[in-house]
Each structure stands twice: as structure tokens, then as C-alpha cells.
Ligand binder design. Structure first.
Ligand SMILES: [Zn+2]
Length: 172
């Protein structure tokens, strides 16, 4: 009986040790919960359940940001916005684009040739709809923003084709 008890105690300790290990967040550079800037700063990523995103966003914002939907051209809030200011991720408020990099692409979606910094946007190969495109997501919260194409104006030659529903504009 004494032996049995000893075995139980030992396995309980081992179990709790392995649980503690699993629950300790790894603060390494490879951690998916942290975003590393080129300057070496770490930013906490925003992680929410789909239920939480649903409560936070309007149905059309949820469709675009969390389900990679695309709004119809010439219908969004910002495709024809010429005011001076900054555009932020609608889901997590990370800065994405400044108005001085916005240009009229004629495609009916807000278009930019350069992001606010080198780490705010994540690029993912998208092979849906029989095309090979590059999807862009907010690096901080993983929400869908739009696509990036290489037919933009100088100096970058890039066209970040955005959904208005993915952004919030703040006038300067
Ligand atoms: Zn975001």
C-alpha cells in the first residue's frame, strides 16, 4: 500500500511538471505570439477566438478580415478618400498605411505603394480562384487585408490592394 502511494505521488509530480512546462509561454524569437521588428523590439500579437472577433467587428468587417472576403469595387469607404492621415487595421489598430503612399489605381479599392513599416504586413501565397496571388494579412492579428501586386507605381512598384472594411482611417 505504501509503495502504491509512492508511485501515485511520483506520477502526480511528473504530471504537474509536464503541465507547467506546457503552460510556460516561450518568449523566443520564434514564438508565434510575438512580432519582432527589424530593430529587435518585440510586440505582443493579438490573439482572439472567432467568437470574440464576431462580437468586435461588424458582419461585413468580419467577412473580410476573418474569412478573407473581398468587398465589391467602388463600394468601400476609402477607395476615393483623399484626406491626409493614417490607416489602421480595423481589427487590432496596428498602423498599416499613410495617406501619402495612397494612389489612384483605378481598380475601385484603396491602393497603396508602401506600408507604414517593414513588419506590419505579412505576405502569404494565395492559389485560390485559379490564380496565383499574394495575400496580405495584418502581422499583429493575422486578419486578412487584401492582396499585393507588382504593378504599382515607383518607387516600390508595388500595389497593396486593400479592402476598406479592413481599415480604420484617422485624419491628421
Ligand atoms: Zn490587425
Amino acid at each position: 500500500m505504501k509503495n502504491l502511494l509512492a508511485i501515485f505521488v511520483v506520477s502526480a509530480i511528473m504530471l504537474s511538471a509536464s503541465c507547467n512546462q506546457a503552460q510556460t509561454p516561450a518568449k523566443s524569437e520564434n514564438s508565434p505570439t510575438f512580432l519582432i521588428t527589424p530593430q529587435g523590439d518585440t510586440l505582443q500579437k493579438v490573439v482572439k477566438s472567432e467568437e470574440e472577433w464576431k462580437n468586435l467587428l461588424s458582419p461585413s468587417q468580419y467577412l473580410v478580415l476573418r474569412q478573407a472576403g473581398t468587398e465589391r469595387p467602388y463600394t468601400g469607404e476609402y477607395w476615393d478618400n483623399h484626406e491626409i492621415g493614417r490607416y489602421y487595421c480595423r481589427a487590432c489598430d496596428a498602423p498599416l498605411f499613410d495617406s501619402d503612399t495612397k494612389f489612384d489605381s483605378g481598380c475601385g479599392w484603396p491602393s497603396f505603394f508602401k506600408a507604414v513599416n517593414d513588419y506590419c504586413i505579412e505576405e502569404i501565397t494565395d492559389n485560390t480562384l485559379g490564380m496565383q496571388r499574394t495575400e496580405i494579412r495584418c502581422a499583429r492579428c493575422g486578419s486578412h487585408l487584401g492582396h499585393v501586386f507588382d504593378d504599382g507605381p515607383p518607387p516600390t512598384g508595388l500595389r497593396y490592394c486593400m479592402n476598406s472594411a479592413s481599415m480604420r482611417f484617422e485624419k491628421q
